[in-house]
Design a protein around this ligand. Structure first.
Ligand code: GDP
Ligand code: CA
Length: 319
């Protein structure tokens, strides 16, 4: 069974770790990662979602944070600050910085991001084929009330999403191409999973890479999603602020209807919701979806493996 996952950072990485614990090495998993959060920061290329996936699946992540390296230090940042330089709003730990320097060197040698990612993953052995959604430089920006446009990471990390986002714009996205292997991974999959990732700035960005939505609509594989919204709120992060900006209600039902059912021109066949959202599952079943309510808090790996099992079960795929 070939499994393809469309992932953002922390939510997608944790889900995939549970999925791997469930399916072992017998079933190849390909993860297509959002790269809309990527940015150039003082000359180094930072790819937050790819790195969160690589560190989480490679066993190097800072567990409590959910991103970055464990046993991290920030001597370089501190020393730069002594010059009045550096990254004043973005944390770049010393070990993490090595990843960005390595990536930047390889990119500057002319290697496309997909090959760079494979090269970095050689070290971390994430147990999946890790693909950026595109090799092109795409950036998600947030348009503020005063018309100013800032990088998504600046809105999220510097402003803690506290200034209202009027809308999101994605530079270059409409003219980007899927990275090698992305469309094939959707076409040849036996099941596609949309983990509990941000529906707007993670999954929404991947879906907007030309060709991806079409590949999802036409693949023979069933597509199952897990709701990132539990009881009317995101579990962590700012999905509510993002959903509000695109006029979608922050609820398990709202996100399902936003993605839509494949039979009606959407991208999903099935939607797994949290046990507290059982009424949403019932309404979706009435409307022809496959849906079920189970505990979906990814508190540890065995629990997350059960969530992944429930998702596969919903589309009749058993490892
Ligand atoms: P990011 O790139 O780091 O923001 O990560 P993602 O795009 O993967 O999105 C994180 C999303 O996952 C948020 O909308 C959270 O609400 C959701 N999420 C995080 N932890 C959990 C969890 O344990 N259970 C569920 N159902 N959703 C979660
Ligand atoms: Ca992200």
């Amino acid at each position: 069974m070939k499994i393809t996952v469309l992932s953002g950072g922390v939510g997608g990485a944790r889900f995939t770790r549970g999925l791997l614990a469930l399916v072992g090495d017998e079933h190849p998993v390909t993860v297509v990662a959002n790269t809309g959060d990527d940015m150039w920061l003082h000359g180094v290329r930072v790819c937050p979602d790819l790195d969160t996936l690589m560190y989480t699946l490679g066993g190097a992540v800072h567990e409590d944070q959910g991103w970055g390296r464990r046993d991290e230090s920030k001597r370089v940042s501190d020393d730069l600050a002594a010059y009045g330089l550096g990254w004043d709003w973005f944390t770049l730990g010393d070990l993490d910085l090595a990843t960005h320097l390595a990536r930047t060197e390889l990119l500057r040698s002319g290697m496309p991001l997909s090959q760079v990612t494979a090269r970095l993953a050689d070290r971390w052995r994430p147990g999946v084929t890790l693909l950026p959604m595109t090799d092109d430089e795409v950036e998600t920006h947030v348009v503020l009330d005063d018309g100013r446009e800032i990088h998504f990471e600046e809105w999220w990390v510097r402003h803690r999403a506290a200034v209202p986002a009027r809308r999101f714009v994605q530079t270059n996205l409409a003219v980007s191409s899927p990275a090698p292997g992305v469309l094939e991974a959707l076409r040849d999959a036996d099941v596609v999973a949309i983990p509990p990732s941000n529906p707007v700035v993670s999954v929404g960005t991947i879906l907007a890479v030309p060709g991806v939505r079409d590949a999802l609509a036409t693949t023979d594989a069933p597509v199952v999603g897990v709701s990132p919204v539990v009881g009317g709120a995101p579990v962590r992060g700012m999905a509510d602020a993002c959903l509000a900006a695109i006029g979608v209600e922050t609820s398990a039902l709202g996100v399902a209807e936003h993605y839509g059912r494949r039979a009606e021109g959407g991208i999903l066949d099935a939607w797994l919701v949290d046990e507290v959202d059982a009424p949403a599952a019932a309404r979706l079943r009435d409307a022809g979806w496959a849906s079920r309510a189970v505990p979906t808090l990814m508190t540890d790996v065995p629990t997350t493996a059960r969530i992944a099992a429930a998702a596969l079960d919903l589309v009749d795929r058993q490892p």
